[in-house]
Design a protein around this ligand. Structure first.
Ligand code: TXA
Ligand code: MG
Length: 339
């Protein structure tokens, strides 16, 4: 299949809408990362997403909508917490897991009786949904296991020949995938951290948000993942990544002691110049938002540079940094060392 990459304009948006209506795939920008869209009601269309990504069949997809009226048929009920959070954070990078509606294909939800729904703020997504009338399922546009793409070139690198159209809408602003919150249980539970933070959710809800244990640690054998996506190795570059937790001085000393050809540093802005190995800087220290914006493209760049071993500076674990830490420990296959 030939993959077209088109700039966003009326004609390309109309083509994207037509492809979705016909049950085809379209890759497109969102404010978080690029996604691969297919009609969430059309099981045969959604199956093409799993095939294009090489994604495990038991990992459910998020349904994207452009207005509250679209929830009809997508969810069977809008819990009170979801209404509150939608008023505060939609459109935006928040996904809520709610009771599944009858119109969503079981393929989209991997057979679960819940569905993750989000209303993106990106104007291209909104235009495509509005023109097509299609609520679409869309995972990140990477091959399964690779870092999520945050621009059209990285999307093409993974999806060339696998789908007919990529809309090029420039860089994604946020850089990590949406926050995923379940509102079906007794207490709200954070399943994946993102740009909308635990602290922000708690302040709107006026109650504690439980953090799923899979977010910051490796699941023990036999433990059940609430969010199936959390159990897979994820975001992994080819290099072996290790996170070093400690001061910049201790980090520098460790890297110096382990410097050899193929070793790279993944550090914060301004820190690279004194290191004895090549480096990529991925945002400001103590600034989760800039780190989130750069992390995935930095991981992809390490691959392009042929890095074999990567020592990464450790992000914090609160606010937006929780999302950065969550992605980075998976890229590091949970290797974290105190230095
Ligand atoms: O920002 C985003 O959310 C991007 C853009 C394209 O919108 N999409 C995205 O989708 O990250 P994906 O498929 O890469 O990640 C979806 C995550 C997975 O961890 C999945 O397990 C979880 O959401 N998820 C989806 N539906 C769920 C459900 N019903 N229950 C629990 N977890 C669910
Ligand atoms: Mg993904």
């Amino acid at each position: 299949m030939k993959t077209q990459v088109l700039p966003v304009n009326d004609a390309s948006v109309a083509l994207a809408a037509e492809l979705l209506q016909k049950g085809e795939l379209v890759a497109l920008p969102t404010e978080t990362v690029y996604g691969i869209a297919a009609d969430a009601r059309n099981g045969a269309a959604v199956e093409k997403i799993f095939k294009a990504k090489g994604r495990p069949q038991d990992n459910p997809l998020i349904v994207h909508i452009c207005g509250m009226q679209m929830l009809d048929g997508i969810v069977s009920e809008v819990p009170a917490r979801a209404r509150k959070l939608a008023a505060a954070f939609w459109p935006g990078p928040l996904t809520m897991v709610m009771p599944k509606g009858s119109e969503v294909s079981p393929v989209t939800c991997a057979g679960l009786d819940t569905v993750g729904v989000r209303m993106p703020s990106h104007p291209v997504v909104q235009a495509v949904i509005r023109q097509s009338g299609v609520a679409f399922a869309a995972p990140s546009a990477n091959l399964s296991g690779k870092p999520s793409p945050t621009n059209a070139a990285d999307t093409l690198a993974d999806m060339d020949g696998r789908l007919p159209l990529i809309l090029d809408g420039g860089e994604s602003a946020v850089g990590v995938e949406s926050t995923v919150l379940s509102v079906v249980g007794e207490k709200p539970m954070l399943l994946r951290p993102g740009y909308i933070t635990k602290e922000q959710l708690e302040s709107v809800l006026g109650e504690e948000v439980i953090v799923s244990p899979a977010i910051l640690e490796k699941l023990k054998d036999g433990e059940i993942a609430r969010s199936p996506g959390m159990k897979y190795k994820h975001y992994a570059p080819k290099a072996q990544v290790t996170i070093l937790r400690g001061s910049l001085d201790a980090y520098t000393a460790y890297v110096r002691a382990h410097a050899e050809p193929g070793v790279w540093a993944l550090c914060f802005d301004g820190e690279g110049k004194t290191l004895p190995v090549p480096y990529i800087e991925y945002g400001k220290n103590h600034d989760g938002a800039t780190q989130a914006h750069h992390l995935f493209s930095a991981l992809r760049e390490l691959d392009k540079q042929g890095a074999r071993i990567v020592y990464a500076r450790c992000p914090e674990q609160d606010g937006v940094s929780m999302a950065v830490y969550n992605r980075l420990i998976r890229a590091a296959a949970f290797r974290v060392e105190d230095v």
